[in-house]
Design a protein around this ligand. Sequence first.
Ligand SMILES: [Fe+2]
Ligand SMILES: [Fe+2]
Length: 167
Amino acid sequence: MCSYCGCDSIEVIGRFMAEHVEIINATGDLRAAVLSGDPGALAAARAVVAGLLWPHTVAEESGLFTVMARDELYADHIATLCGEHETLDTLLAAIAPGDRAAMARFEDALREHIDKEDNGLFPAAAIALDGPDWVEVHAITPHSHDGGEPHVHAPGDEHHRAVAHQG
Ligand SMILES: [Fe+2]
Ligand SMILES: [Fe+2]
């Protein structure tokens, strides 16, 4: 995780980094469920991962990625990251009970994707975007647990930060 440039102190990026940790933790439970060979345990653990991962990727794409992709310097890389979101969907769906190889394909792709964001795109965003850009990112990013509708708050609004991590 990036701990050098302070990009995690930007609210949206701090949220995304925290969600990465939640997703990785849920992936550990998924791996245990796959190894158990129990279809019910796998279905439950897969649903937890999906319930964290898809709101997260939608939030990334609808806010930060949309604003950053306007800069042609980042457009190709963001298209790659969006493609990886779709690949992760396919790899997660392909995991069957006891299938360690499929689990490893998903987990490796997930960790590599998260590393590109935490240690690549997010620090780059902290440098590339200015104040009005962040206001826009903030305004068009759906909250984590509100059904995906964007809300408008002032940056640094404590209510926003609290809501983003409830539930
Ligand atoms: Fe992503
Ligand atoms: Fe992410």
